[in-house]
Design a protein around this ligand. Structure first.
Ligand code: SF4
Length: 78
């Protein structure tokens, strides 16, 4: 289960984040929320470069969270 204390450092501040210890990265979330998520510089993790704001973006974030096989995405950050 994702933990806000172990966020990927590149996540922008806000409720949504990817957990640094859980992301493999398998990349399936990028198909769901490529407007919010991307690889870090060495492509070892995925992170939120943008917090969802519009209803469409929130739906994309929720789809990414639901499809992540590692349960590495959560929205209980700050
Ligand atoms: S689906 Fe989950 S494990 Fe896969 S890249 Fe995205 S956050 Fe990482």
């Amino acid at each position: 289960m994702a933990d806000k204390n172990t966020k990927v450092p590149e996540n922008v501040p806000g409720p949504w984040y990817v957990d640094n210890e859980l992301c493999t990265p398998c990349r399936v979330c990028l198909d769901e929320a490529g407007d919010l998520l991307k690889y870090n510089a060495d492509e070892s993790k995925v992170f939120f470069f943008k917090q969802p704001e519009t209803p469409d973006e929130v739906a994309h974030a929720q789809s990414a969270r639901d499809i992540c096989p590692q349960a590495a995405i959560a929205e209980d950050g700050e």
